[in-house]
Design a binder for this molecule. Structure first.
Ligand SMILES: CC(C)(COP(=O)(O)OP(=O)(O)OC[C@H]1O[C@@H](n2cnc3c(N)ncnc32)[C@H](O)[C@@H]1OP(=O)(O)O)[C@@H](O)C(=O)NCCC(=O)NCCS
Length: 163
């Protein structure tokens, strides 16, 4: 299971949400705005999902990038992220960095921490799906393109192996 401690780099901390539960509302807010609000799903539903990351199991896990009290970004490890690929598990998902903090390496760092959290939870392969526009970003981070054009949104599926 992922360490409940935190890793600090240049004053930016990547922490398990369980160590910084006061950021749960920020995680829910960003994930809701990016992926659920456009589908008409109420914020309360995503708030409940965010709280699942505070449980004692190895998955789900939410990570938070923050500088002191300032929320910067988040990524999660969840059991399932694509109904077309129910046998793939776990997934790095809900990768988000607040706009003002982008292009500083935080997104790459938090995705890598999330993959390590999945491996620490016992996975030897971790999955991720993304729109094709994000392909260079994930490939540069060491993710392998496993499949293209999956599902109704034509997503890429990536894998990363534990080493
Ligand atoms: C995708 C996302 C998480 C990236 O976050 P980020 O913090 O900007 O990520 P990074 O800084 O690690 O990398 C982003 C780019 O900045 C570049 N970069 C990293 N550090 C940099 C620096 N110090 N100076 C300039 N550029 C830098 C990276 O090379 C990368 O380039 P690319 O876009 O050509 O791949 C962010 O844009 C986001 O939240 N988008 C909206 C939600 C989303 O699309 N999530 C992904 C769903 S699959």
């Amino acid at each position: 299971m992922v360490s409940r401690g935190s890793v600090t780099s240049s004053e930016i901390t990547i922490a398990d949400l369980r160590a910084v539960p006061h950021f749960a509302a920020d995680v829910a807010d960003r994930v809701w705005r990016a992926w659920w609000k456009p589908k008409g799903v109420p914020l309360e539903h995503v708030t409940d999902l965010a709280r699942e990351n505070l449980g004692s199991g190895p998955v789900p896990v939410a990570l938070v990038a923050h500088r002191g009290p300032t929320f910067m970004g988040t990524a999660s490890v969840i059991a399932s992220d694509m109904e077309e690929r129910p046998h793939f598990t776990p997934w790095v998902a809900a990768v988000w960095v607040d706009e003002m903090f982008r292009r500083q390496g935080i997104g790459g760092t938090i995705v890598s921490h999330a993959a390590r959290a999945a491996f620490a939870a016992g996975a030897d392969t971790v999955y991720l799906c993304a729109v094709p526009a994000k392909r260079p970003f994930y490939q540069r981070l060491g993710w392998s393109l496993h499949e293209r054009d999956v599902g109704g949104h034509g997503l890429d599926v990536f894998t990363r192996k534990s080493i």
